[in-house]
Design a protein around this ligand. Structure first.
Ligand SMILES: [Zn+2]
Length: 406
């Protein structure tokens, strides 16, 4: 038996006036997905537990069958895993943005989209000049642009109740109320304060100011967490091990994949945006079934279109998934005999509000041993899912169904 999971990130939406009251999923021409809906099962799930914020990190854990309430320990440890940074049991990973704060206001959570080259120099300065002055073992890691990481390799009094705040939620706002608070937060605040002195007058900033760009005035620490103890996927749902592979352009998804023991397949030409090479994703996914029992193809384009509020781009991205990813994956699945395919977004990203919600998402399950039934639907979209008897309030309970055979 071969398995495939396709995740059109954030594709679920609301009805839109310019589409004549339809959703982007309804408006998109997706004959392949609709054919699978007619021969399979359509239902819906809520992947984000009540009270948790609907980030892709939380929602994807739920979608992949890991209860976020139990397993989610923060965003930074997942990103650390994506970068291949090993965390010990007592270590803390912390997201370390380079930001611009002027007169105590968050002017830019990206330090004016600082380049990776500039960021690397500033992060090196933190390791050289700041880390030795603190009584705990600190290591800063440069990532892409403003997205960097700090790992605290020591016993420190941080805890799951330590409050930190994502800087992208506070653009243009006073920072006084959103600096880290609670257990051990004085260490985080101390580091943020100390970074100001190191960045002030740093050659990178002097050049940026000269060029009329925003300077990186300090670091912003948030998204803290310890290494999540995720059981390996291989034997989670099945006595015979299921060896999985992940195709994604997004660090968070790479991190989750490597923590659950999936191989991350690198695909040239993928961007995490609507200009991604959909056909390359389809081709590599089909090929990866040669050496794996399961392939998961994550597509970020639909989510990015949602964040932009672009209905057209979302519709087009759904159509591209249907044209370039579904057929080769389906053909490869069938070539090995018995197969199952699961399609589901992690969370909705309604274009009207340009951000994630915790609502139900429509899913589709088809396979060689699944026959058309009352739960089959003429199309795969939010509306047909709403009418299905298959509904999971705890989305993490759904994925196991993929591996249950009567
Ligand atoms: Zn998103």
């Amino acid at each position: 038996m071969k398995y495939a999971i396709i995740i059109p990130d954030g594709c679920a939406d609301w009805s839109i006036e310019s589409l004549g009251g339809r959703t982007p999923m309804q408006a998109a021409r997706t004959p392949n997905l609709d054919m699978l809906a007619q021969t399979g099962i359509v239902g819906r799930s809520q992947n984000v537990p009540t009270g948790m914020s609907p980030g892709s990190d939380v929602a994807t854990l739920g979608l992949l069958g890991y209860n976020p309430s139990q397993y989610y320990t923060g965003r930074a440890p997942l990103e650390a895993a994506a970068q291949g940074i090993e965390l010990g049991v007592h270590d803390w990973a912390v997201r370390c943005n380079l930001v611009t704060i002027e007169r105590d206001v968050m002017k830019s959570f990206t330090a004016g989209h600082i380049s990776s080259e500039e960021a690397t120099l500033l992060i090196a300065a933190l390791n050289d000049k700041m880390a030795p002055d603190f009584p705990v073992n600190l290591q800063f890691y440069s990532g892409v642009s403003y997205r960097n990481l700090l790992v605290i390799r020591d016993h420190v009094p941080l805890s799951v109740t330590t409050q930190t705040y994502p800087p992208h939620d506070y653009t243009g706002q006073k920072i006084a109320d959103v600096v880290p608070s609670g257990d051990g937060s004085c260490l985080l605040r101390g580091l943020m304060d100390a970074s100001r002195l190191i960045f002030e007058g740093h050659p990178v900033n002097r050049q940026r100011i000269k060029a009329g760009k925003l300077s990186a005035t300090q670091i912003w620490l948030w998204g803290i967490g310890q290494k999540p103890q995720l059981p390996l996927f291989a034997n989670r749902f099945s006595a015979t091990p299921i060896h999985g592979a992940m195709i994604t352009a997004v660090d968070l998804l790479r991190g989750i994949a490597s923590l659950i023991g999936w191989e991350v397949i690198n695909v040239p030409g993928i961007t995490g945006y609507v200009d991604t090479d959909f056909a390359a994703k389809g081709k590599y996914a089909a090929e990866s079934l040669k050496n794996h029992d399961l392939v998961c193809v994550h597509v970020e384009a639909t989510d990015e279109a949602g964040h932009e509020g672009s209905v057209e781009k979302k519709v087009k991205a759904m159509e591209d998934i249907d044209t370039f990813i579904v057929p080769p994956v389906l053909e490869a699945l069938k070539s090995y005999g018995d197969w199952r395919l699961f399609v589901s977004p992690d969370h909705p990203t309604p274009t009207a509000i340009k951000t994630h919600t915790s609502d139900y998402v429509p899913w589709l399950l088809a396979g060689s041993d699944i026959a058309p039934s009352a739960a089959s639907a003429p199309t795969y979209d939010e509306e047909t899912a709403r009418h299905s008897k298959f509904r999971y309030n705890k989305g993490c309970k759904m994925l196991g169904q993929l591996f249950i055979h009567k």
